[in-house]
Design a protein around this ligand. Structure first.
Ligand SMILES: Nc1nc2c(ncn2[C@@H]2O[C@H](COP(=O)(O)OP(=O)(O)OP(=O)(O)O)[C@@H](O)[C@H]2O)c(=O)[nH]1
Ligand SMILES: [Mg+2]
Ligand SMILES: [Zn+2]
Length: 496
């Protein structure tokens, strides 16, 4: 059956049989549209600014103002009314009534999958599915694959945009044999990949005010897990937010509307704000740690407002960023007090999430926070029902001023000297995937049979499996091995 869809534009959730469709030509007189541009489907998340389009109803072409799209442009993209009206001037969208005698669709597909991706309405074949809330187009594969929205949040300058940029690159070369494919429009792709190119290839760390605000970024993530040979796919929508928008419920409502629809939160924390960390920032100014703590409480208040809940239900990874600075200051090194974690170890999760490793990171980070007098941060964890501490470095080293010979002059910029060496960037993401039943964990037990011989039993499991069911599976394995071993060796090969 079809999977719930999340719209990457307005971030609302709906079932795949509740979509609208955009007409391809006028219905009233069934006139074929003359120009191709009339049949095009604009209304993507970031529209082209078509200044010269008419604004009133156009009876020849059948276009009219799409109210839902118009509201999306005003409310979500903060467009002015005139531009919004221009952009929302399109052929109408229809809400599908599957009982209507004027509608034809593949009934077998409907019975099998619970939704269809095209319909024939009054002689027109409609293939452009629209979000029923904002009338933006639905991305390919929506309804077919599980969809997840992951929001990165945290105060200004904690490393959110850089983290997301590096994460997208890292998922391509991970232990889950991942590939990721951008699913947004060409225009959105340029925006998103512009950031990746600057950082990964040119090694330039863009100043916050030079970066463009990124819309939600949908990717198809195809991966393999250790419990199966077949590749699996899901659609992950990554959402970035400017740190200052996280500080109040008001700005969060306007610019962080995706947070409530999230399947997981990556809450990033900058350790250079801790008073015990003696680190000289570029301009010598320290942003108060108090703000990071306030952002946590603001997010929690925003998420539980108008509910009966006391805690945020969305799984939240609490991620300490810029781990390279901590390592350079001798935390997490062999001689330090907090040395139980090898922070730049790689390939720790071979096709499944190693929960021992995750627990160790959690304990080590908590221990570190207590050691340096930041217990308050640990206490804030109570605001989340499911959370885990993590530690990572997106860059692996601190950016510095770089001078390079440019085309016709010396180029100076803040950037990375040599290769970017990220570590533990994918770990919080995998944990969120595990919490959403996308990747498995593994459990292993040793036991002795009646002859005193030691055996190992193991099983992969997903977060939504009950403990009883998992133990039942393990017990079955144990019984089988015990029974097999109790038999004379002649019979063993008949038992699988
Ligand atoms: N040493 C070190 N510095 C980092 C790392 N990641 C980010 N930074 C620094 O932190 C600064 C801010 O990073 P951004 O990703 O832009 O921060 P942000 O949270 O998106 O900031 P806003 O969008 O303003 O809220 C960068 O300019 C880098 O100097 C890291 O892994 N190591
Ligand atoms: Mg940012
Ligand atoms: Zn929508």
């Amino acid at each position: 059956m079809g999977k719930e869809i999340i719209c990457p534009y307005c971030c609302k959730r709906f079932q795949p049989n509740h979509v609208d469709f955009r007409l391809v030509r006028l219905v009233e007189d069934n006139v074929e549209t003359e120009k191709k541009e009339n049949t095009e489907l604009p209304g993507m998340g970031i529209p082209t600014q078509g200044k010269n389009k008419p604004k009133t109803k156009d009876y020849n072409q059948g276009k009219e103002q799409d109210e839902k799209l118009y509201r999306y442009y005003i409310d979500y993209l903060n467009m002015n009314e005139s531009d919004a009206r221009d952009e929302a001037f399109l052929l109408p969208a229809i809400t599908v009534d599957y009982q209507s005698p004027e509608l034809y669709f593949d009934e077998l597909a409907m019975a099998k999958y619970g939704y269809v991706t095209e319909v024939t309405y009054k002689g027109q074949k409609l293939t452009k599915r629209l979000c029923p809330h904002c009338h933006n187009p639905i991305i390919d594969g929506a309804g077919k694959y599980d969809m997840f929205l992951i929001s990165v949040i945290g105060d200004t300058n904690v490393g959110k945009t850089i983290y997301l940029t590096v994460l997208q690159e890292m998922l391509k070369k991970d232990m889950f044999k991942g590939t990721i494919q951008f699913m947004g429009t060409e225009q959105e792709k340029e925006l998103c990949f512009g950031n990746i190119d600057k950082l990964i290839h040119e090694k330039k760390v863009l100043d916050a005010n030079l970066r463009q605000k990124l819309p939600p970024m949908p990717f198809q993530y195809t991966y393999e897990t250790a419990d199966s040979k077949d590749p699996k796919s899901c659609i992950v929508i990554f959402c970035d937010i400017a740190g200052e928008d996280c500080r109040s419920a008001d700005t969060m409502e306007r610019n962080g509307y995706h947070i409530k629809a999230s399947s997981g939160l990556l809450f990033l924390i900058d350790p250079t704000r801790f008073s015990a960390i003696k680190f000289n920032t570029e301009d010598g100014m320290r942003i108060a740690n108090r703000y990071q703590l306030e952002v946590i409480t603001a997010i929690n208040r925003y998420l539980i407002a108008n509910t009966f809940e006391e805690q945020t239900k969305i799984p939240t990874a609490l991620v300490i960023t810029k781990g390279d600075i901590l390592r350079d200051l001798d935390y997490f090194t062999e001689d330090s007090k907090v040395s139980t974690l090898n922070i730049d170890q790689r390939d720790l999760h071979p096709g499944y999430l190693d929960m021992d490793e995750i627990d160790q990171v959690d304990h080590t980070v908590q221990h570190f926070l207590k050691e340096i007098g930041e217990e308050e941060l640990c206490n804030h964890r109570r605001l989340f029902r499911t959370s885990n501490f993590f530690l990572c470095s997106s860059l692996g080293k601190n950016p510095s001023l770089i001078e390079r010979i440019g085309v016709d002059s010396m180029e100076k910029f803040i950037g990375i000297n040599g290769a970017i060496k990220p570590y533990r960037v994918t770990e919080p993401f995998y944990w969120l995937m595990m919490e959403n039943n996308i990747i498995p964990c593994r459990i292993a037990h040793k036991f002795q049979d009646s002859k005193g011989q030691e055996h190992e039993i193991s099983a992969f499991y997903y977060a939504n499996e009950t403990k009883e069911s998992l133990y039942h599976r393990l017990e079955q394995q144990r019984k089988l091995i015990s029974r097999k071993n109790a038999l004379p060796s002649l019979f063993k090969r008949f038992i699988k």
